[in-house]
Design a protein around this ligand. Structure first.
Ligand code: ADP
Length: 281
């Protein structure tokens, strides 16, 4: 079969010869039942991607969905800590692993739950090993969830790309902070999502401001945000702007994110429910 030689995305001819890109999707565990998969991505580490994933999981669980978190941020696995999951045993047999459950019933798998007791030991692995571990988390865990949130490896390089290609993502949420070169990061993440044919569900800006405890004024610690312009430029929804909040940081540190009372991500959670067409059976 001969291949066409022009840019098919902008032509109107019927290119019957155009070959579909080879699917690199990894099959799920035969016993898994996963209705939707959402990736949470960021341009770099430390912008709050894991926090956003955790908050979203808590909110979706609170409104009645069965939620799982696949912690694919292998070198910075902070999800178990936010939920107070320490020294938890992961059970399994030849059929697969049973993801441990948090206090409120969120299923989770993370390298920190499997590497034994020393959570402070850094994971210094090559990219292929990181990507392989994420793929294993997908195919060897027995998931039974309405929505699986994947806390993706940070960045837009080889490892996040492999994760993107391996999992059947229904959409991605892009997290950034005002410090980021947000336009560039969104553009790279958008390209990656487009290549994989995965919709961008929206943007979340974290660490947007601090609220003055006395007068309530929003103080823009990192300067003016450009997130609204960027959202408009790319045609994406701005799902949330989360302030720096010491209460939130304390909840994460104490492993009690499930007790959070803020409404920073509420609109975002409902928007995602709507976009995915999530419904309870
Ligand atoms: P990432 O997953 O992008 O590497 P994390 O979610 O692990 O980042 O966040 C890095 C650190 O910053 C964590 O200790 C987290 O609790 C803290 N943090 C993130 N966002 C906020 C916020 N809005 N307010 C307070 N602390 C935050």
């Amino acid at each position: 079969m001969s291949e066409c030689t022009h840019d098919c995305s902008s032509c109107s001819s019927n290119c019957g010869s155009r070959q579909q890109p080879q699917s690199l999707l990894i099959p799920a565990n035969a016993l898994s039942d996963v209705k939707h998969v959402v990736g949470i991505v960021s341009g770099k580490g430390g912008v709050g991607k894991s926090l956003v994933t955790s908050m979203l999981a808590v909110l979706l669980q609170r409104v009645g969905f069965k939620v799982g978190i696949l912690d694919a941020d292998i070198t910075g696995p902070s999800i178990p800590k936010a939920f107070g999951m320490h020294n938890v045993e992961v059970f399994g047999d030849q059929n697969g692993m049973i993801p441990p459950r948090t206090k409120t019933g969120i299923d989770m798998i993370s390298v920190n739950l499997l590497l034994g007791s020393d959570e402070t030991k850094p994971v210094i692995w090559r990219g292929s090993m990181i990507a392989g571990t994420v793929q294993q988390f997908w195919k060897e865990t027995i998931w039974d969830v309405d929505v699986l949130l994947v806390d993706c490896p940070p960045g837009t390089g080889d490892v996040p790309l492999t994760v993107f290609q391996s999992l059947p993502l229904d959409g991605v949420v892009i997290v950034s902070s005002p410090q980021d070169l947000v336009s560039m990061i969104v553009s790279k993440a958008a390209n990656m999502a487009k290549m994989m044919n995965v919709p961008v569900l929206g943007l979340v800006e974290n660490m947007s401001y601090i609220k003055c405890p006395d007068c309530g004024k929003e103080i823009k610690v990192f300067g003016e945000s450009h997130i609204e312009e960027v959202a408009e430029k790319f045609g994406y929804d701005l799902l949330a702007r989360i302030p720096m909040d010491s209460k939130l940081a304390a909840l994460v540190d104490r492993g009690m994110i499930e007790l959070m009372e803020n409404d920073y991500m509420e609109k975002a959670a409902f928007s995602i429910i709507e976009k995915l067409g999530l419904s309870q059976e």
